[in-house]
Design a protein around this ligand. Structure first.
Ligand SMILES: [Zn+2]
Ligand SMILES: [Zn+2]
Length: 141
């Protein structure tokens, strides 16, 4: 698919076009024809009222692994939200004092590496993998 992630007012937005993007291959620098569709987790800034128990969130922007949300308890009188998250068998309690700030939720995205024709492999309908990921894909399939 020919999609691209851009930033609009601090939010991440996916824009899909019909033609190839005028970009360059991540691997060899030739003109790219498509983006890699390899599934990959990404960080989606999400308003806290859309975060639910069971959501996977990144507690800190530097977190490499997401935590699972156990509960959210809004405290309207205080203007706070109390939240608990879990990673493995560890539980963390948080007091969110700025609940208007978006939370980074882990969502399924794609690799999106721009690739030229030579560095891309068509592996299925509407699915192309970049040079790095078709190796990973052929190793597991
Ligand atoms: Zn290339
Ligand atoms: Zn890829």
């Amino acid at each position: 698919m020919h999609c691209e992630r851009i930033q609009i007012d601090g939010a991440s937005v996916i824009v899909c076009g019909s033609g190839p993007r005028k970009r360059f291959c991540r691997y060899c620098g030739a003109r790219s024809v498509a983006l890699c569709d390899w599934p990959k987790m990404r960080r989606q800034p999400t308003p806290i009222d859309q975060v639910k128990p069971g959501s996977m969130i990144y507690r800190f922007t530097s977190s490499t692994q997401p935590d699972e949300v156990i509960y959210l308890k809004p405290q309207p009188a205080k203007g706070e939200v109390w939240m608990a998250t879990r990673r493995g068998n560890q539980t963390f309690e948080h007091v969110i004092t700025e609940p208007w700030k978006p939370v980074l939720v882990a969502v399924q995205g794609t690799c999106d590496a721009p690739c030229c024709r030579r560095c891309l492999r068509h592996v299925g309908p509407d699915r192309d993998y970049c040079r790095r990921h078709w190796n990973a894909w052929s190793a597991i399939s």
